[in-house]
Design a binder for this molecule. Structure first.
Ligand code: GLN
Length: 484
């Protein structure tokens, strides 16, 4: 059953070929058997999962099921879950139990989905390799010496290894798309405002967006139907109608105009990765698309812009972890300043501290104009590049990541090299447009992802473009050895 994708799981449950309880036990057994190798889960929610599965079975029996009732999933440990620990990959929240569930989690619960557990992640979603987690690194099921990508590395490894049929991730600068690429998955970062951020622990609020990580575009569409939509609890949530994301999957791509930004094929792109990407583009031509070279002239500024904006917002967001209200508190503080200093000093890891310091510096009086304000202006230029491009093309394509998965430990001593892992994904977050990564091949045993970037609220179109490719190819069906 662990090999089935969402549509087949849903049909099997409705036809009573298996129950949700059987399905859930099956996945829990796979997690027990394989997760020692991968470390994809911080928490396995066995008890509550079986409760949810039984409730789903009752709902199925009464004929009150909706599309994904009884289907298991894993939630990234950045989403608050009432009654189940939410750590955000940090010592700061190692024992935190949220008093309420995130809207994304609540919507999955309301649909009758079964939460298997919470997945490992870079601390507060800061990282590209899942190595900054307080709970240890995650391994890539395609090669246990390699990282799974980050920050949603646990979700990526869990779905790739068939320990969960689907998972959620969050993407501030690439954290859904890059791990999806490195683990042969299909991941979607929706338009900013499409999926509620309520109860999703904030890293950089103007960039953060949650979305699905799955084994096919169809699966992503099915979960988007559950989680997308307006939420009055999130002031940046957008109140526009939500389409049925499965409705357009089978539309023909004849005449589709694809833009290829020349800046995404320059220095730094691994030549073998480039070859795989170029082959995927040829497949799109065979499907009837027309390819045109375009320019996103300011995209080279996206990494430096992001590393001012994201740390600035994180320094403000993470000030709430003060040892007073919730989270880690140091032992026997002598006074209030000591309480703040040691709780934060002992509770946060090195990468989080680095970001807080950069952000505080960039926002401080005298530097604000030179760094933060300047970065905001660049952000506008980067967004305008996309707006101009979409006047003459429908979708932009390029590599998701400049390389395949790198080895564990390879970049941990060099933050700037690590930051460059997101060189092709970050501009999408700065502009707020939707982006996807889909599996298009391998270099050796390590997967390569193609990135699709759409105009605002064009998720349905991106899913159609991804699905048509997946109807013509079988890269997304490949499973890692030992986890088939
Ligand atoms: N790797 C990027 C960072 O470290 C993006 C992380 C993310 O998208 N959450 O900030």
């Amino acid at each position: 059953m662990h090999t089935l994708r969402l549509a087949a799981l849903s049909a099997g449950l409705k036809a009573k070929k298996f129950s949700s309880a059987e399905l859930t036990r099956g996945f829990l057994q796979r997690i027990a058997a394989h997760d020692k190798q991968l470390n994809a889960f911080v928490t396995v929610a066995e008890e509550s999962a079986l409760k949810q599965a039984n409730a789903a079975d009752a709902r199925l029996a009464k004929g009150q099921a909706v599309a994904l009732t009884g289907v298991p999933l894993a939630q990234k440990d950045i989403f608050c879950t009432q009654g189940v620990k939410t750590t955000c990959g940090s010592k700061m929240l190692a024992n935190f139990i949220a008093p309420y569930s995130a809207t994304v989690v609540q919507r999955c619960d309301d649909a009758g989905m079964v939460m298997l557990g919470k997945t490992n992640m870079d601390e507060f979603a800061m990282g590209s390799s899942n190595e900054t987690s307080y709970f240890g690194p995650v391994r890539n099921p395609y090669d246990l010496n390699a990282v799974p990508g980050g920050s949603s590395g646990g979700s990526a490894a869990a779905v790739a290894a068939r320990l969960a049929p689907i998972a959620t991730g969050t993407d501030t600068g690439g954290s859904i798309r890059q791990p999806a690429a490195l683990c042969n998955l299909t991941g979607l970062k929706p338009t900013y405002g499409r999926v509620s951020r309520y109860g999703m622990i904030a890293f950089a609020s103007s960039l953060d967006q949650g979305g699905p990580m799955a084994r096919s575009a169809e699966d992503v569409a099915l979960l988007m139907n559950v989680i997308a939509g307006f939420d009055s609890n999130d002031s940046t949530s957008v109140d526009t109608p939500v389409p049925d994301y499965t409705a357009d999957l089978t539309k023909s791509l004849a005449g589709l105009r694809i833009g290829i930004p020349k800046e995404f094929f320059g220095q730094g792109l691994d030549t073998k990765v480039e070859q795989v990407i170029r082959d995927a583009l040829k497949q799109y031509e065979r499907l009837g698309a027309k390819i045109k070279e375009i320019s996103l002239p300011n995209s080279g500024l996206s990494v430096p812009t992001y590393y001012v904006v994201a740390p600035a917002e994180c320094s403000s967001n993470l000030s709430r972890f003060d040892g007073v209200r919730y989270g880690y508190r140091c032992d026997q503080p002598v006074d209030l300043v000591d309480l703040y200093k040691r709780s934060r000093g002992e509770g946060f890891g090195a990468e989080v501290k680095r970001r807080i310091m950069i952000g505080t510096y960039a926002l401080s009086s005298g530097y604000y104009d030179a760094y933060y304000l300047k970065a905001q202006k660049l952000r506008r230029l980067i967004s305008d590049d996309f707006k101009n491009a979409y006047k003459e093309i429908d979708v932009i394509m390029g590599p998701t990541s400049p390389t395949v998965a790198f080895n564990l430990g390879e970049k941990t001593d060099d933050p700037v090299t690590m930051y460059l892992s997101d060189i092709y994904t970050i501009a999408v977050n700065l502009a707020g447009i939707p982006g996807m990564s889909i599996p298009v091949g391998f270099v050796g045993q390590r997967p390569v992802g193609l990135q699709l970037m759409g105009n605002y609220f064009d998720e349905a179109r991106l899913l159609n473009i991804a699905h048509q490719y997946q109807q013509a190819t079988d890269w997304h069906l490949r499973a890692p050895k030992g986890f088939e």
